[in-house]
Design a protein. Structure first.
Length: 410
């Protein structure tokens, strides 16, 4: 393999010792015990049978020479023992099982050299993201070639909307990465991961970044069926009266970290923290400017809201037993974009209504508009939560009917 690479691409000779550092040196025949850095294989000749015939396809991908235009993934040769950002590669078979993993992938995801090989790529995904992709992979396996191509284009289009993704390491901790995927016709694929360092926030969707730090202008678009999840800390004002400002800063830092970690372990990038408003956190799901899965939009929002509420309530007990998390969820149209040259924002009554709904909650309760609850019932067939239908006066909205859910229900 090394001879082939050097003979056909001489410019690669200088970097092969880094990329294929553990392989036999050029000019020597691989021994039966020589270990290739693509773990799980004794030597390059032992590629699995279903990879035969793909060498011409696989090798350029490994060297970073063949990738999707405008892909974030780039080849960066780095010492695996250093902290420098690098791109690592996973090669998957047609069942989306990892068959090859380079040493950089093992370092990034904290696995030993044999730990990744044989795992399903689904095991590296956040919980609900894995569930969604399991459905997608199942459909891909039974579709015609033309339908598979269409789904491939949709997946790539969805990925192009996201600046970053999350994979879970061996400890189930989230690692924020850029992800590039080369899905071939026979469903084998190459996944390139690169840990993100020093990036523009993912809260600025791709395409809008050119309006940041620019002359203020009206750069907004309309989006339908966006789910806004507003989370607020009840009792924080009373707590703040007797606390120094630094304690409140620490508290809201912990609030952000707790919600952000919960989202990344469960659903990212299908949901994200859009902004913090005082002691409130606004989470966005199913907007047209982000990666979304409309068939599970309500389920995603409910999952992240209930999980984050539980984890926040546990954390808040360290500060005061009188504080707890209130949650309001609303689905509807929003306008989103940049109006001040500085920040990407969302506008509309959907945001305001979610804020009014959360003000109605007691401990361990989520208030949601009727449209959201009806969608949730359709998308989650075995929904166990018992709703309490409420009619109440909401500031600016008059009398409104909504559903009150108990997040403590099993």
């Amino acid at each position: 393999l090394v001879k082939h690479l050097v003979r056909n691409m001489p410019e690669n000779a200088g970097i092969l010792s880094n990329v294929l550092g553990a392989c036999p040196v050029i000019g020597q025949k691989p021994s039966s015990t020589a270990k290739c850095p693509f773990v799980g294989l004794a030597s390059p000749e032992e590629l699995p049978g279903n990879w035969s015939g793909h060498n011409a396809e696989v090798v350029p991908v490994l060297l970073g020479a063949r990738r999707r235009p405008n892909s974030a993934a780039k080849l960066t040769v780095a010492d695996p023992g250093s902290d420098k950002a690098f791109t690592c590669k996973l090669l998957l078979d047609s069942d989306f099982i990892i068959r090859l993993a380079d040493q950089h992938a093992c370092k990034l995801l904290k696995y030993d050299r044999c730990g990744l090989v044989g795992k399903s790529i689904l095991e590296l995904m956040p919980t609900m993201v894995a569930d969604i992709h399991k459905q997608i992979f199942g459909r891909i396996k039974v579709q015609s070639r033309s339908d598979t191509c269409l789904m491939k284009k949709k997946l790539l289009r969805d990925m192009s909307l996201c600046r970053e993704f999350v994979v879970l390491d061996a400890n189930r901790d989230p690692v924020v990465c850029t992800v590039s995927v080369d899905l071939r016709e026979d469903l084998t694929s190459t996944v390139a991961l690169r840990k993100i360092e020093g990036k523009l926030l993912h809260t600025v969707p791709l395409g809008y970044d050119r309006f940041i730090n620019a002359e203020p202008g009206l750069h907004v678009d309309d989006f339908e069926n966006v789910v806004c999840v507003m989370m607020d800390i009840a009792g924080s004002t009373q707590f703040a009266v007797n606390q120094p400002p630094s304690t409140m800063a620490k508290l809201f830092h912990e609030v952000y970290k707790t919600v952000d970690a919960s989202i990344k372990r469960e659903v990212f990038p299908y949901a994200y923290i859009h902004e913090i408003l005082g002691d409130s956190v606004l989470i966005i799901v199913n907007a047209g400017f982000m990666v979304r899965y409309p068939k599970q939009a309500a389920a995603i929002a409910f999952q992240v809201a209930s999980k984050a509420q539980h984890e926040l309530d546990t954390m808040l007990q360290d500060y005061s037993p009188d504080m707890y998390t209130r949650v309001g969820i609303c689905i509807g149209p929003v306008s989103a974009g940049i109006v001040d040259g500085r920040t990407f924002r969302v506008f509309g009554s959907t945001v305001h209504k979610s804020q009014r709904l959360e003000s109605m909650c007691g401990r361990s309760q989520l208030a949601c508009c009727c449209d959201f609850f009806e969608l949730l019932q359709r998308q989650v067939q075995d929904l166990i939560v018992r709703p309490q239908m409420v009619e109440a006066e909401l500031k600016g909205f008059g009398k409104v009917n909504f559903a009150m859910l108990n997040s403590a229900d099993p």
